[in-house]
Design a binder for this molecule. Structure first.
Ligand code: 9G3
Length: 566
């Protein structure tokens, strides 16, 4: 392809509104352009990369008998009312009306549509299991789109859905999908980890996420430094034997703590370790108030609390609600003689506290020498806190370390979460109607482009892996007015084209510096420069990944390229 005939609008300056390197480089290298918040065009270079990503995904999906289809973006609101998600989802769901005032949504995902399709067509257990997938544009009116393609409002996703008659069949497909995902992310040249994840509002019986390791990632991964254990911090189980001090239990005493609100302020003022302070929080779980306790140096993991309480919705009681109930500030609440008959849930860490400190349910004073069970009852000890770096790995091997990650894939065991409410059934071998047992599996295709850019770049630009590069070779002619240079360039272009290489020929009438800077930005794996030694048949070769520059005789170019591309 002649660069003078394509559309690669590179930029010299760093776009001010691009806050991460991958976004800056994809803009500067002319891969993408923004039209409005969270909405982008994929320009020719990006479209070629996206197509290569999609083809790798298709090969791995086809390999596990998942069949490709394509469902509409416009979805009838009726289906979303069947699952209750028309009401449970708020502004994030793009809603619109057609000319006849019929309500519909711009699809953020397709569980409802695919389940409605399958329930109308797949009536017998004989036709199960069945796995379908699509690569399609999704719409989610994110509150704060940011980081370019990493969190957009219109984005490309591969979403697959599987239908089964037994849980075992779902397990098998789920494991096949896990393996296919590992193959996909390995073939994309990504440094990634599969982590235990939260099934979220979707519920279901299990979920994993595939995270590209990156310091700009929005998610935190807790992994063991001595085993394969890895979990999204939201889901990382805490299994710690807390040492309980042997000190004798002392008499409880109320002490003044004027203006001390936070755990740190109280611990510092009373000269105790924050781990001896009993953090007391009041949550509303589906409108029911509960008391939640944790050690002062631990943080409550609301996802764990939601699961422990089997609640759909949980929120911290507000200062006003607490003022209303206890006429003190949230920071002054404590479990001793709490004048509210609420159930008390405590994280396991509280059990080890001896002669601890807690709020007195009165501002500007606290209780010291407080002992769980002696001074207040606990209805249930549960794993409620976030794991910390340095904690023992819950699989018993090694110590927990944290890493940041970009969620690129997420797989779910849905069970009958959708087939139930949608009365989506098939007839089993006894002719009895059974709800499909389902799984769903997503990959953020456009997000991958940003993650690859985040992991494969240097200060001069992108350095895309060969298998994803929009072109294989960047052929750069220094002076298009030089006969020897244009002759060798044409000769090489057609020779290499005949070898099925995809070549971008920079035939523009630009200064060499501009051409080299653009070539580094665009980041094709190898640059062949035809310059002043063209008459000798000499080609200057530069490898983008290493920056190494060598000279090849034109006769050895094809054999050398075969060695490079393998
Ligand atoms: C919505 C909106 C946003 C959403 C969803 C629904 C995320 C929603 C979760 C999934 C789960 C899987 C199939 C492919 C893989 C992921 N954000 N999710 O369901 F209405 Cl506005 O999409 N779906």
């Amino acid at each position: 392809m002649k660069q003078s005939r394509t559309f690669i609008p590179t930029m010299r300056e760093i776009p001010t509104d691009a806050d991460i390197l991958s976004h800056q480089l994809l803009l500067r290298a002319g891969y993408i352009r923004q039209h409005m918040s969270g909405v982008y065009s994929f320009l020719p270079l990006a479209k070629k990369v996206i197509r290569k990503i999609e083809n790798i995904i298709r090969e791995e999906m086809d390999a596990i008998e998942a069949v490709e289809m394509f469902m509409p973006t416009l979805q009838p609101s009726s289906l979303w009312k069947e699952t209750g998600r028309w009401d449970s989802y708020g502004a994030e769901l793009f809603r619109l009306k057609d000319r006849h005032e019929r309500q519909m949504v711009l699809g953020p995902t397709h569980e409802e549509v695919v389940t409605s399709l399958i329930r109308d067509e797949v009536k017998s257990y004989k036709k199960l299991p069945l796995t379908v997938y699509q690569i399609q544009t999704k719409f989610r009116d994110e509150k704060r789109p940011r980081f370019g393609l990493l969190r957009g409002r219109e984005f490309i996703m591969k979403d697959a859905y599987s239908f089964h008659s037994t849980v075992e069949s779902l397990e098998d497909k789920y494991n096949e999908m896990m393996q296919a995902y590992s193959n996909i992310f390995s073939r994309l040249g990504l440094d990634f980890r599969a982590v235990i994840a939260d099934g979220g509002t979707i519920g279901g019986e299990g979920s994993h996420e595939f995270m590209a390791l990156s310091d700009i990632g929005e998610d935190t991964i807790a992994y063991s430094d001595a085993s394969s254990f890895a979990a999204n911090i939201e889901m990382a189980e805490v299994k710690v034997e807390y040492a309980k001090s042997k000190e004798t239990l002392k008499e409880i005493v109320k002490v003044d703590t004027p203006g001390k609100r936070t755990i740190a302020e109280v611990a510092d003022f009373l000269n105790v370790d924050p781990s001896k302070v009993i953090k007391t929080l009041i949550f509303k779980a589906d409108e029911k108030l509960v008391v939640v306790l944790a050690r002062g140096d631990h943080d409550i993991n609301e996802i764990k609390l939601k699961k422990a309480l089997q609640a759909d919705e949980i929120n911290l009681a507000t200062e006003d609600e607490i003022k209303e109930m206890l006429s003190c500030k949230a920071g002054s609440i404590g479990p001793v003689k709490l004048p509210l008959d609420l159930k008390v849930y405590a994280d396991h860490g509280v059990e080890s506290i001896v002669n601890g400190v807690c709020g007195a349910n009165e501002d500007d004073c606290h209780l010291v020498n407080v002992n769980p069970e002696r001074d207040f009852a606990i209805d249930q000890y549960v794993d409620l806190r976030f794991i910390n770096e340095g904690d023992p790995s819950p699989d018993g091997n090694g110590t927990i370390r944290f890493a940041k990650g970009i969620e690129l894939g997420h797989v779910f065991k849905l069970g009958t979460t959708y087939s139930g409410p949608m009365k989506a059934t098939y007839l089993d071998e006894y002719g009895k109607a059974q709800p499909y047992i389902m799984g769903c599996y997503g990959i953020g295709v456009s997000r991958i482009l940003a993650a690859v850019a985040e992991q494969h770049n240097d200060a001069n630009g992108l350095r895309l892996p060969k298998q994803l590069s929009p072109y294989d070779i960047h052929l750069v002619t220094i002076n298009m007015k030089d006969e020897a240079q244009t002759k060798l360039s044409e000769e090489l272009y057609h020779l290499l084209k005949s070898y099925r290489y995809d070549i971008l020929h920079d035939d523009r009438d630009e200064r060499p510096g501009v051409k080299f800077t653009d070539a580094d930005l665009i980041g094709l794996p190898i640059r062949l420069t035809i310059g002043k030694r063209a008459s000798e048949g000499i080609v200057e070769v530069r490898f983008r990944a290493t920056g190494e520059t060598v000279e090849w005789q034109k006769e050895e170019v094809t054999e050398k390229l075969q060695a490079f591309f393998g």
